[in-house]
Design a protein around this ligand. Structure first.
Ligand code: PBG
Ligand code: ZN
Length: 321
């Protein structure tokens, strides 16, 4: 108690503050999302996400060079196909856009970059849902069969981690089984275990052309009013064989609970809507400080890995500090 306890002793100067700090931002924890569009000839700015781009295959090597130069260790790849059908068959074709992009990135970056493949159907189905439709509903178990095929085709293309984002029950088990059966038992799964139904994905859906044509995703994504359910979802995924758990969007209370209750490698996705909020706020406050603080708070809450559209800027800013 005061006057024996004086908190200001350790806040005296930067050296002391840096010495005792509990958490920090590290470029080694960042993942940059990449959109690859089969319909494009040259890279194009995403109107709903100022400063972010969709890329054609041909311009990926320039981007990966930049990412390697910044020492960002990982990217997550989203494919936008030119052909869509009810089954999302372009998602598991050998010459699918994601498969080509993964091969291209692995060819140009080799062992230096961890390539994560987002695994979902919404970009590939003509109806825009994350699974196949049967009797007017997204059918869980039929969808699992397709997820297994996508996982194997991404692994064959050379992906380092598969990241299923469709929120089907049993998806981690189905994918683990398929990968193991085809000789990919060493490919880890980063599961979008805790993925909420939120307006914060809308800029992404514009970019990825993946908005549902009818209804919404409330029958498979989580209700934002719940937090116990997040623990149950994450626990189930761990039991099914997930190696990394993801919390999305980067809700602080949920990151904190997942990390402190389950003690597993935990990633969080600072999603497109969060990016846009930060970007718009930069008109009124210092963008660099705001963005660094925002992401640092996710680390403090317990996130080990940050997937963020700000990865490149953060990597640059961390160099300056
Ligand atoms: C696909 C997927 C989405 C995001 C990542 N994977 C959109 C969705 O579920 O509609 C959102 C990412 C973002 O908003 O940045 N299932
Ligand atoms: Zn989806």
């Amino acid at each position: 108690m005061f006057p024996r306890t004086r908190f200001r002793r350790l806040r005296k100067n930067k050296k002391f503050r840096d010495f005792v700090c509990e958490s920090s931002l590290d470029v080694g924890d960042l993942v940059y999302p990449i959109f690859v569009d089969e319909n494009l000839k040259e890279k194009k700015e995403i109107e709903e996400m100022p400063g972010q781009f969709t890329y054609p295959l041909g311009e990926l090597s320039k981007l990966t060079e930049e990412i390697l130069e910044l020492k960002i260790p990982a990217v997550i790849v989203f494919g936008i196909p030119s052909y869509k059908d009810p089954q999302g068959s372009s998602a598991y074709s050998r010459d699918g856009i994601a498969q080509k992009a993964i091969r291209e990135i692995k060819n140009t970056s080799g062992e230096d970059l961890i390539v994560i493949g987002d695994l979902c159907l919404c970009e590939y189905t003509d109806h825009g849902h994350c699974g196949v439709i049967k009797n007017g509903r997204v059918d869980n178990d039929e969808t699992l069969k397709i997820y297994g095929k996508i996982a194997v085709s991404l692994a064959e293309a050379g992906v380092d981690i598969v990241a299923p984002s469709g929120m089907m029950d049993g998806m981690v088990m189905a994918i683990r089984d398929s990968l193991d059966r085809e000789g990919f038992s060493d490919v880890p799964i980063m599961s979008y275990s805790v993925k909420y139904n939120t307006v914060l994905y809308s800029p992404f859906r514009y970019a990825a052309q993946s908005a549902p044509k009818f209804g919404d995703r409330a029958s498979y994504q989580m209700d934002i009013r719940n937090s116990d359910e997040a623990i149950r979802e994450a626990k189930a995924d761990i039991e099914e064989g997930a190696d990394i758990i993801m919390v999305k969007p980067s809700f602080l209370d949920i990151i904190y609970r997942v990390k402190s209750e389950l003690r597993c490698p935990t990633a969080t996705f600072c999603v497109s809507g969060e990016y846009v909020m930060l970007k718009m706020a930069s008109k009124y406050l210092d963008e660099k400080r705001n963005v660094l603080e925002y992401h640092l708070c996710r680390k403090r809450a317990g996130a080990d890995i940050l997937i963020t559209y700000y990865a490149k800027e953060i990597a640059e800013w961390l160099r300056e500090i």
